[in-house]
Design a protein. Sequence first.
Length: 163
Amino acid sequence: MKLFKNGLLFFALFVPALSMAATPKEEAQQLVDAVLPFAEQALSKRGEFYPFGVELTSSGKVEAAMGYNGQGHPSSAEVITMLHAGFAAKAKAGQVRATALAYDARVQAPGTSSKSDAVAIEVEHHNGYNATIYFPYTIKAGVVSFANPFAVAGPHQVFGGGS
């Protein structure tokens, strides 16, 4: 199913519905597990990817979202802003209980002295669980290798009203 609304494209992923008994962290982890392989595949094929996200609907269905503003190549920052706004509107309406937003980033991992490329995944849950998980990576001959991931407190863009 595809739906354009407010510049966002939403479509259903073939991911099993989550159990209502899952904890917020478990639900967030399932969303991370849904987006990381797609990011890895895009990095392997193109060396980059546009920001994209997934949401866990109030009924437990995982749906994917991509931002589009009518221009051929919007900036990553524009796409991230669109996705945050779309997720926040759906959260306010009670239509989603968790979201994950993936984008390409440059970060300095703990214990390192320089920045590296990383897949960043912001996860937010309506029960307050919130984190940004970074998956540092390198690409050699089209093969993506991930280093140890690390997490920091997330920005509360969806359920916390933004910061």
